[in-house]
Design a protein around this ligand. Sequence first.
Ligand SMILES: [Zn+2]
Length: 98
Amino acid sequence: MECNDIKCPIHGKLKTHGYEFEGVVVSARAMKTAIVKREYSTFLHKYERSLRKTSRIPAYNPACIGAKQGDVVRIANTRRLSKTKSFVVTEILKRGQK
Ligand SMILES: [Zn+2]
């Protein structure tokens, strides 16, 4: 498939830098957007416990990658693409069911 997307990290001119995360796509309903859920743990000094936290990161989802709900993907920090998106899906690590 030909890819003409200028915002594609593989075929376009979009450069990535900084943070890279792995996460699960929880929603891919918005156009060319995937909401990626990331789990991480932090340490709370007051109670001396570590706790798991989640965050939802909206990421650009180019047509040639086409991540779907349930997929495990790698996302990378890039320039700000819209009001909420400053990440882009660079790779699908594992396809989800269906
Ligand atoms: Zn592409």
